[in-house]
Design a protein around this ligand. Sequence first.
Ligand SMILES: [Zn+2]
Length: 70
Amino acid sequence: MAKKKGEKYQCIECGMVVVVDADTCECEECDIICCEVPMKNMAKKPTKKAPAKKVAPKKIAKKPAAKKKK
Ligand SMILES: [Zn+2]
């Protein structure tokens, strides 16, 4: 998943935490590797009900045929 500004990632091995400080990543698959394992997205604990916002992808180079239709 592309990284979004403000997201926090923690290494499950050593505990290091990184915070994404730019909103430029458009990768479909993007992992931050630490200790040879992908860092885990630390879900922010919602103190208040946050509206689920969906960000439509700006551009998709090529899209495989629709996987699930329902
Ligand atoms: Zn680590």
